[in-house]
Design a protein around this ligand. Structure first.
Ligand SMILES: [Zn+2]
Length: 218
């Protein structure tokens, strides 16, 4: 596999579209550094950093983390320059302002937009279950429990997360579309955007397909 090309991608996709998985596959296939902004925040919360405390407080108030805070996190992470062959940014930008900041600050080669119809997102997300006892995740489509409704490991009754209830999901989908549409439009004016059908099976195949969008050979 040729390693001479530098690749800088942004991956976008709705919850349930397999964005994290696709980002990891692409990172593996091309030796890219996977920059997951969500992971950076989770790490900070877990290790009780100053930033983590700030994020916790905002979440407790039900507020979103400020654009300026998110941008500072991205700027610090990008300043590490720890990649040899490129990077894939996941979980950023999330609104038009963040997208403008990103486009002004960094050169990227392309945006991968994983597309999935809302009905399919509903189908996938509403199939999620978890065990309240041992925290194992199940999925009635992809990872069914051996006995309906019960945890394979401990036999507890499986539950649905509050976030995965139909109304909460519908609100998230609306919010996603509202914020994502202007981002995609901004990117399309300046960058190459590959729209990828995320409903197709075969994840390794998807990563390969995505690479062809960018005219690269694997
Ligand atoms: Zn369990």
């Amino acid at each position: 596999m040729p390693r001479s090309v530098m690749r800088k991608y942004v991956i976008m996709g709705i919850q349930g579209s397999g964005k994290g998985t696709q980002a990891k596959l692409l990172a593996e296939a091309f030796d890219l550094v996977h920059i997951s902004v969500g992971d950076i925040f989770r790490w900070n919360v877990q290790y009780h950093t100053k930033l983590g405390a700030q994020v916790r407080r905002l979440m407790a108030e039900g507020s979103l983390v400020d654009d300026s805070v998110v941008e500072a996190v991205v700027r610090d992470r990008m300043a590490l320059h720890d990649w040899n062959y490129g990077l894939i940014v996941d979980g950023f930008p999330r609104n038009a302002r963040q997208a403008e900041f990103f486009l002004e600050s960094y050169d990227i080669d392309g945006v991968i937009n994983l597309e999935m119809p809302d009905e399919e997102v509903h189908r996938r997300v509403l199939a999620r279950r978890f065990c309240p006892q041992c925290r194992l995740d199940f999925n009635l489509i992809a990872h069914r429990p051996k006995v309906d409704g019960t945890c394979d490991a401990c036999g507890s009754i499986l539950q649905t997360r509050e976030d995965d209830q139909p109304e909460a999901l519908a609100a998230r989908l609306r919010d996603y579309h509202e914020k994502t549409k202007p981002i995609i439009e901004l990117f399309e004016r300046k960058e190459f955007v590959a729209h990828v059908d995320a409903t197709r099976p075969g994840q390794r195949g998807d990563a390969l397909t995505i690479s062809y969008f960018f005219g690269t050979q694997v």
